[in-house]
Design a protein around this ligand. Sequence first.
Ligand code: XMP
Length: 435
Amino acid sequence: MKQDMIVILDLGSTENTVLARQIRALGVYSEIYPHDITAEELKALPNVKGVIIYGGPNHIVDGERIDVNHEIYECGYPVMAVAHELALCSQKLEAFPEDEEKVMEILKKFVFEDCKAEANWNMKNFIEDQVELVRKQVGDKKVLLALSGGVDSSVVAALLIKAIGKQLTCVHVNHGLMRKGESESVVEVFRNQLDANLVYVDASERFLTKLEGVADPEQKRKIIGAEFIRVFEEEARKLEGIDFLGQGTIYPDIVESGTKTAKMVKSHHNVGGLPEDLQFQLVEPLKQLFKDEVRQCGIELGLPNDMVYRQPFPGPGLGVRCLGAITKERLEAVRESDAILREEFKNAGLDKKVWQYFTIVPDFKSVGVRDNARSFEYPVIIRAVNTVDAMSATIEQIDWPVLLKITDRIMKEVKNVNRVCYDLSPKPNATIEWE
Ligand code: XMP
């Protein structure tokens, strides 16, 4: 293994991830583990150079003070305790000072002088380590991966291809609700450029049939999710001798569910819900990376910028942007207007600035004029928002000329549309998506 590691023991501080990031910023790898890790488990981790116990005000759970296993103090690693009065270690801090520079000084001293860690955390080493670990885990067995084309699944695919080549089978299910050109680019990059074993399933008709006449957003989501699992399962059954399932789980997925549940797999966009007889062992080589590190990893693995810096896209895809019961006509209008919006945002340099931007087509029409005659057609709504965590969001104040150009193009190029609106609502009270 190439990288030294500092272990952070989680006593409930919300700042654990900040601390992990600060240590990684020093060039030293850091991971967070549950407070009740045993000495044996700690010793089994590769290249541990030191331990930080980070208490904070939350280490009282249900009225009881939680503490680390005292045997970990005897493992021989330098231990620093922060805001944790019970600690038996040499280095003890009341709290990290407010001043970021001072925090970095303290960390530097601990990491480099006390722990004698080397600053050898970088993407190249990370990839080499993960390639080695994946090869060890998988041996000569086969791995299956649902490749949506999103950042996480694309990066995990590229990493697994590097590690085990054709032992990996990627399945890309096109549910017909992808953005323009998206499935094509998955095929181009993974099958043609990276020479992956890629099964491409065009299930568009199947999804649209299932969704026919369904107007309720939650019902639409359920149908899309369930159908996705069904299609994936059918493909998995056609393949023989698969033992492992690759997943694009990343660090926030794990941390958000609490370190005590670190083994829990987020079923959100991954393939949860497979039947009992199709249970696989998981391969999750990105599970220690933050989102920006996943992107760096993708770039290091040679994935195209557009794929690695892709904006967030909901699992149900354009299905929740074609409001109400989906029709082919309106789905096409969403897809085409979205493609224009993306193109013009790129031309204006907004693609690097705005967090998420897309179009929506509602299920009502308004009156207009086309070729000197009355028209009765759909509106397109543009939405462009900025956020840190998607819990709240503000709208992007786009320059008028850009909006006017987009409007002009949508009017000219998108069928069945006679009106363009810009959504000015922040979250709350609105949500980012309309459904
Ligand atoms: P809302 O609309 O809740 O969106 O403000 C917050 C973020 O979540 C995305 N989103 C989804 N992602 N499946 C997903 O994978 C979904 O069903 C879903 N609904 C919303 C949305 O695009 C935004 O980034």
